[in-house]
Design a protein around this ligand. Structure first.
Ligand code: EPZ
Length: 446
């Protein structure tokens, strides 16, 4: 297991190119199951999550090859398999995006229920209701969802849950409806750029879709879809993370190859903290102007501030000159970073879905533990701005969703290195594992 060692307090200065979007690439890769011929995807980031999905697609008879020009070549070589195993779905919830394409194209999908994760309970009821509305026969056996249909039938589907529209649920429903008989209307659909990107990919392979980017999407089912070449959008969460890191650590950064329209709410919040933001056609520049001003941040479905940047904003506002409130209305339990940020000297108190952040003049380096992808990014942001050295352990979370983050940060002047985590193999860590195993045996919640 690796850790990141960060010497904090250095401003970031320079230019970085954005990677392709993880959360656009994953449902698009899954939707490639729908196509009768090969798909070529450009801009797919080289990430653990992408490799996990490629592995899953391999088990499903879909060959995925990465070429030297960084494109991904995806082609069904055996259309018979229909089962997505627990071991892979457990590693990455986005694997559930294979269910809609499998039942639509192959008449049957058997996908493990993903279970909870570090950011909340994360049910999949809306995914299942959508596929049932399209006429799939759905049952749950041995922890697996089995969805079957000879041919799906267009329907009206409401994708709103208690915390807003479901993003990957919209992906599943939209992908499945492309091959259904007749018209499907999705209401309360997710408007995220990643859903628009999936829709544009589906159109490129022959689907008929209207209303992308609104909460009402109409899909007229077609008989077949065939492969195409497609370019995945840039990763707005990676860009947001790098901008927030610069606002926290100081300096001036330019991110190239982005779509600024995807970042409106994020840039407004950064400006509210006092950062200077300038936009170009495909780029954004942020200049830090000293200690951030406090501001309130509420994570909401798009076009609101993304929940995937909530933790990073918390790291930034830990340094603000006053009190900020941060709420997450998408994942109200997504506050695993609070305790670790407090270990770096932040003053954050959680009250339900809101955290009160009382800014401190400086954070001070410590060893901290990453708990999920975006919480890890928040610890890196904090570590870059903190005095002295911060060690972020369990960085495998970061590798799931940030392409070469340390290399990009080093290229703009950060002192950040990856090294084997000496503690991970120490007698202390072994003792910790024994205690954890004993607690599991006794059913003690940890
Ligand atoms: C996607 O997850 C993203 N993942 C998440 O990014 C992101 O945080 C999330 O959307 C919200 O923007 C991918 O795109 C692969 P949801 P998803 O269904 O689709 C509730 C990251 O760090 N809900 O939109 O799983 C749910 O519990 C990841 O890159 C139901 O109630 O999220 C949550 O409160 C983490 N029933 C809310 O809806 C359902 O059936 C939104 O979740 C489904 C969801």
């Amino acid at each position: 297991m690796d850790c990141l060692r960060i010497a904090g307090g250095l401003p970031l200065q320079g230019v970085v190119t954005a990677s392709g979007s993880k959360n656009a690439a994953l449902p698009i890769m899954a939707a490639s199951i729908l196509a009768d011929s090969a798909t070529v995807l450009a801009g797919v980031p080289d990430l653990v999550d992408v490799n996990t999905l490629a592995l899953l697609l391999g088990y499903l008879g879909v060959e995925v090859k990465r070429h030297a020009d960084k494109t991904l070549h995806i082609e069904t070589v055996d259309p018979r398999p229909t089962k997505a195993d627990y071991d892979l779905v457990r590693r990455m919830r986005a694997s559930f995006c294979a269910l809609g394409p499998l039942v639509a194209r192959r008449g049957r999908g058997v996908v493990s229920l993903p279970g909870g994760c570090n950011i909340g309970t994360r049910p999949v009821d809306l995914h299942l209701a959508a596929l049932a509305a399209l006429g799939a026969d759905i049952r749950i056996e041995g922890g697996y969802v089995i969805a079957e249909a000879r041919r799906l039938q267009g329907a009206r589907i409401d994708l709103r849950g208690p915390y807003g529209p479901t993003v990957t649920g919209t992906a599943n429903a939209m992908s499945a409806a492309t091959l259904a008989r007749g018209r499907t209307t999705l209401v309360g659909a997710a408007r995220e750029p990643e859903i628009v990107d999936l829709g544009n990919f589906l159109i490129a392979i022959g689907a008929k879709i209207d209303g992308l980017g609104t909460d009402a999407i109409e899909i007229d089912g077609v008989e077949r879809l065939s492969g195409a070449s497609y370019q995945v959008i840039p990763d707005r969460i990676e860009t947001g993370t790098l901008l927030i890191a610069t606002a926290a650590a100081g300096g001036e950064i330019t991110i190239e190859g982005i779509d600024p329209s995807h970042l409106t709410a994020v840039l407004e919040a950064l400006q509210a903290t006092g950062a200077l933001v300038t936009l170009g056609p495909r780029q954004v520049t942020l200049r830090a102007t000293g200690r951030p001003r406090p501001t309130n941040v509420t994570a909401l479905p798009y076009p609101g501030i993304p929940t995937d940047l909530q933790a990073q904003f918390m790291a930034l506002l830990s340094l603000a000159d006053g009190e900020s409130q941060i709420s997450d209305l998408v994942f109200p339990d997504r506050f695993m970073q609070v305790a670790e940020l407090n270990r770096l000297g932040a003053r954050i108190e959680r009250h339900g879905a809101t955290a009160i952040v009382t800014g401190v003049p400086r954070l001070s380096g410590a060893t901290v533990m990453a708990s999920d992808l975006r919480a890890s990014a928040a610890l890196v942001v904090a570590g870059l701005s903190a005095e002295r050295e911060t060690i972020v352990r369990r960085v495998y979370h970061l590798d799931r969703g940030y392409e070469q983050l340390e290399r990009k940060l080093r290229s703009v002047g950060a002192q950040i290195v990856r090294e084997p985590d000496a503690q991970a193999g120490s007698p202390h860590a072994a003792a910790h594992r024994n205690i954890a195993a004993a607690a599991r045996l006794q059913g003690v919640p940890r």
